[in-house]
Design a protein. Structure first.
Length: 139
């Protein structure tokens, strides 16, 4: 799950006392939801047994009991947020820089899909800095 720049691992296990409502069909439904969809979920926040290295919130995980889809995203997005976070911003007039095992999202693509690019960590950080600067001028 992602909320602005913070990520949290959501999990559920079939036939587990922590997630008694979870069935195999429910897990299939959750896997069917496309990335970047807007969802409402209910469940319990618990300390994780191991640190979750793939998320920004490493000490907790969310055990799912209910999922409601608010808005489905397109199944085929022009780029993934993870790829945009890891890509190098290049001038479209310059030669391409290839890095092994990395997808590079070009600046033209990012500008054409600005609504998606605004979800990246860099864009979120810039917006927070702008807000802090504006707040300091208001004081």
């Amino acid at each position: 799950m992602r909320e602005q720049v913070h990520t949290l691992q959501a999990c559920g296990f079939v036939n587990s006392p922590d997630t008694p409502n979870l069935t195999k069909d429910f897990v299939k439904f959750i896997n069917w939801i496309p990335k970047e969809s807007v969802i409402d979920i209910t469940g319990r926040l618990k300390l994780s047994e191991q640190k979750v290295e793939s998320c920004t919130i490493k000490d907790f995980e969310f055990h799912i009991s209910k999922v409601f889809v608010v808005s489905l995203s397109s199944n085929t997005l022009p780029f993934q947020i993870v790829d945009a976070n890891n890509s190098i911003l290049c001038d479209p007039n310059e030669e391409e820089v290839e890095i092994k095992d990395q997808i590079n999202v070009h600046s033209d693509t990012r500008l054409n899909y600005r609504w998606l690019d605004l979800r990246t960590e860099t864009s979120q950080s810039i917006a927070r800095v702008k807000t802090k600067v504006a707040d300091s001028f208001r004081r």
